[in-house]
Write a protein that binds this ligand. Structure first.
Ligand SMILES: Nc1nc2c(ncn2[C@@H]2O[C@H](COP(=O)(O)O)[C@@H](O)[C@H]2O)c(=O)[nH]1
Ligand code: MG
Length: 477
């Protein structure tokens, strides 16, 4: 399913865009010249006898309009190739930080961090581990067929952000306008033909009411669930493998039950602490050591910045990981540490109070009047956090990897600055920097310009040519 990770076109540099506009303009001048010449040709035809002129005119006009379009096409293609920007001139640094808004780090007084996939990065072994354990839970606890053990985690099968139709057991990419992207729909481990998708959904549009909610959760019978978490990659892979197994063996099964069972099996891997214990037992295998993590956090600390951590993970797990990544003194750098925060509820639900946890994991019952450095707190809520710390608005910058659970509410409701950690971007940018990508995008934009200009021609021959261009553009996408 490699094509699901299509690079983000919004990162196209303005340089390429203006260059492409120039090609299209040149092409349009050329077209005007061609059509003027063709006009003269047509008037020549009129001087012939009426009967033969009608036939001649019809076939010649068809031929000539198609010819002229292909001539513009070839001309534009040559121009696009000749003026192709060098890859190095348009390449983007994969290690860049992209700012969507202006801000000064000097004015940022408080830095907050999520833990998993923000401070702690995991190796691909973790996804294999989650997949294997959840698959085995399906077999042992939910009595799924033993034959499933033959399936292994498929690393590049899915990307974050895909939707899963729970009733139809289909995994797919849906764009921001709720259109299914044809060519991305998978049943089990195999693509579904476009015509079948269009027939099933009566087109490609998915109405809002059947999409999952803001947090990617499906409720009130909505059938499209979105996977927004990096942790959900093994879940998508497992769903697809089990669907594949059932279909391959012609087993009549209920996709809704399958979705629920896989979700529960995955939840067990987290909630029952199986994953935490496995990672703690072999930390070097699962956690990628961040060479600069300690230096960055120390520098912020030395510059008098306040720092806090809000994670959904339990303390033991975070402590082991942070000691490995940052060092045993990591707690000296953080002013407030909140574990098992239950995000995104943490940002919205005012009812849950903070609770102090000892280093040994015991829960204390005293009321919390201040959040103290050196202590560990569990749960709580953002309103209480703001009241106790006074860390409000744009002086706070919070980093997280989950667009909805970590970042959306903080920006939209509370005015904190947010930094999205999007590890996928590095690979996307590397693809964007390839010669093949630069060439394809350049030609696709030039072709789009041609289509926009020529589609107003209503004669059958022109329409056929424009139709071919549209198909070519579709194939490139
Ligand atoms: N109950 C579930 N927990 C999950 C699932 N996927 C991930 N997780 C756990 O969430 C936290 C994320 O921590 P954060 O530091 O990024 O806030 C981590 O402990 C995971 O184990 C799931 O599907 N169900
Ligand atoms: Mg996280």
């Amino acid at each position: 399913m490699g094509h699901l990770s299509a690079p983000l076109s919004c990162l196209l540099s303005p340089g390429i865009a203006s260059l492409l506009r120039r090609h299209v303009l040149k092409a349009s001048h050329h077209f005007s010249a061609v059509s003027r010449r063709r006009g003269r040709g047509r008037s020549d035809l009129l001087s012939r006898s009426r009967a033969s002129a009608r036939t001649d005119r019809a076939s010649s006009a068809c031929g000539s309009s198609a010819d002229s379009l292909w001539s513009v096409y070839n001309h534009t293609k040559r121009h696009t190739q000749d003026a192709m920007p060098s890859v190095s001139s348009v390449s983007v640094d994969p290690d860049s930080i992209f700012a969507n808004n202006e801000m000064s780090l000097r004015d940022t007084e408080v830095y907050g961090f999520d833990y998993d996939y923000t401070l702690a990065f995991y190796s691909s072994h973790l996804h294999t581990l989650i997949f294997d354990i959840a698959r085995d839970i399906l077999i042992s606890k939910h009595r799924y067929p033993e034959g499933l053990r033959a399936y292994e985690y498929i690393p590049d099968f899915a990307v974050r952000g895909l939707h899963y139709d729970v009733q139809k057991a289909l995994l797919m990419k849906i764009d921001a306008f709720h259109y299914i992207q044809l060519g991305t729909v998978y049943r089990g481990l195999h693509p579904v033909p476009d015509e079948e998708v269009v027939a099933m959904y009566d087109g490609c549009h998915v109405p809002l009411e059947i999409m999952s909610d803001f947090y990617g959760k499906s409720s009130h019978g909505q059938s499209m669930k979105q996977f927004m978490d990096i942790f959900s990659l093994p879940e998508m892979s497992l769903l697809s493998c089990v669907n594949d197994f059932f279909m391959k063996h012609n087993i009549d099964y209920e996709p809704v039950h399958l979705h629920k069972d896989v979700k529960e099996a995955i939840r067990d891997v987290h909630v029952k602490g199986i994953m935490y214990r496995a990672v703690e037992a072999d930390i070097g295998k699962y956690i990628c050591y961040g060479e600069q993590s300690h230096a960055v956090l120390k520098k912020l600390h030395e510059h008098g910045k306040k720092m806090f951590l809000i994670t959904n993970s339990p303390f033991d797990f975070v402590d082991r990981g942070m000691s490995y990544i940052v060092g045993r003194d990591w707690r000296d750098l953080f002013d407030v540490v909140i574990v098992q925060a239950d995000k995104p509820g943490f940002f919205n639900d005012r009812r849950k109070p903070f609770r102090r946890v000892t280093d040994k994991g015991a829960l204390l019952w005293d009321r919390i009047h201040k959040l103290e450095k050196g202590q560990i707190y569990k749960q709580g809520n953002l309103y209480e956090f703001l009241r106790l710390t006074g860390w409000r608005g744009s002086k706070v910058l919070y980093f997280g990897d989950h667009i909805y659970s970590d970042l959306a509410d903080l920006t939209l409701k509370h005015g904190w600055r947010t930094g999205a950690i999007v590890p996928e971007l590095r690979e996307e940018i590397k693809i964007m920097n390839t010669e093949e990508y630069v060439h394809t995008v350049s030609w696709m934009q030039a072709l789009t310009g041609l289509i926009e200009q020529m589609q107003v021609r209503r004669d059958a021959a022109s329409q056929a040519v424009v139709g071919e261009w549209i198909r070519e553009r579709q194939a490139m996408r």
